[in-house]
Design a protein around this ligand. Structure first.
Ligand code: FAD
Length: 93
C-alpha cells in the first residue's frame, strides 16, 4: 500500500500519546474555535510547533502520562542578549 499524506489545517495540537504496544502515536487536537477533541494515529510524529508551542505540547502530554525528561521547560532562554515584552494600552473614546 502506498503511503498516505493527510493535511489538517486550523487545528491546535493538545497532546500526544505513545502507544508502545503497536509502536504508534496518537495526536489529539482541537479545531480552531472548538473544544471538540479529535485524534489521529501515526507511526512518525514530527513536532514543529516552535520553541513555545513544542514545550507546551510536551508539558500537556506529560500531564497525560507521556514520559519526558524531568527537566522539560527548564533552562529556558532567548538566543539574544535581551528579551522584552511590550504592553500597549489603547483608550477608545
Ligand atoms: C522576533 C524574531 C526574529 C527572528 N529573526 C530571525 C532571523 O532574522 N533569522 C533567523 O534565522 N531566525 C530568526 N528568528 C528565529 C526563527 O523565527 C525561528 O528559529 C524559526 O521560526 C523556528 O521555526 P519553527 O518551524 O521551529 O517554529 P515556528 O516558526 O515558531 O512555527 C511553529 C508553528 O507551529 C504553530 N503551533 C504552535 N503551537 C501549536 C499547536 N499546539 N498546534 C498546532 N500548531 C501549533 C505556530 O502557530 C507556528 O505556525 C526570529 C525569531 C523571532 C521571534
Amino acid at each position: 500500500m502506498s503511503p498516505t499524506l493527510v493535511c489538517i489545517f486550523q487545528m491546535k495540537v493538545q497532546y500526544i500519546e505513545e502507544v508502545a504496544s503497536d509502536n504508534t502515536w496518537k495526536v489529539f487536537y482541537t479545531p480552531q474555535g472548538s473544544d471538540d477533541l479529535h485524534m489521529v494515529t501515526a507511526h512518525i510524529v514530527i513536532r514543529a510547533a516552535g520553541t513555545l508551542g513544542s514545550n507546551e505540547i510536551l508539558l500537556r502530554s506529560k500531564e497525560k502520562g507521556l514520559v519526558v525528561s524531568e527537566r522539560l521547560g527548564e533552562g529556558y532562554s532567548s538566543n539574544g542578549d535581551q528579551l522584552g515584552i511590550v504592553v500597549l494600552r489603547c483608550r477608545v473614546s
